[in-house]
Write a protein that binds this ligand. Structure first.
Ligand code: FES
Length: 155
């Protein structure tokens, strides 16, 4: 019996077959792998006086220059910082709340995506698409367009 005849004999439609295939090989259904930006670990992200996240990035430095372009993003230690396609800044925990995979900013859809199981988050950190069980932690941003310095902090 040919493969196609066997599949037909099971009485499965193409949608059911695709679902079965995806369950067996999740990575085949994920979006294409794209390299993650480098993680910048300097400067330290915790203010020693407050014990809270509070640091400033100088966007004139080569390591931060990606943030001068709409859609650019980077990781500073545990935080994803993106310049959205509208030119605003967002800062969120980079760890998916499902299983901790590093999330990515998607310029086209202007959201944050987990390449592991497909969770999607709004730029506020809110879950748009599960399986993520909780939002990403959001940090405040303050941008000085004269000095090109971006402060990321917890209030
Ligand atoms: S680890 Fe992100 S969706 Fe599963």
């Amino acid at each position: 019996m040919k493969r196609s005849e066997f599949i037909r004999s099971l009485g499965l439609g193409s949608g059911a077959l695709m679902a079965i295939y995806c369950m067996g090989a999740l990575s085949s259904c994920a979006k294409e792998d794209t390299p993650l930006p480098a993680t910048n670990t300097n400067p330290p992200i915790i203010n020693p006086n407050s014990g809270k996240v509070d640091f400033t990035l100088d966007l004139t430095q080569a390591t931060n220059k990606v943030l001068t372009t709409e859609g650019g993003y980077l990781y500073n230690d545990t935080i994803l910082i993106a310049r959205t396609k509208l030119g605003n800044f967002v800062a969120l925990s980079k760890f998916c709340t499902h299983e901790g995979t590093t999330v990515v900013y998607q310029k086209d859809s202007d959201d944050v995506y987990c390449p592991n199981h497909g969770s999607t988050y709004a730029l506020t950190g809110k879950v748009i698409k599960s399986p993520a069980p909780a939002p990403l932690k959001q940090y405040q941003t303050e941008y000085n367009s004269t000095s090109l310095k971006l402060r990321v902090f917890e209030s």
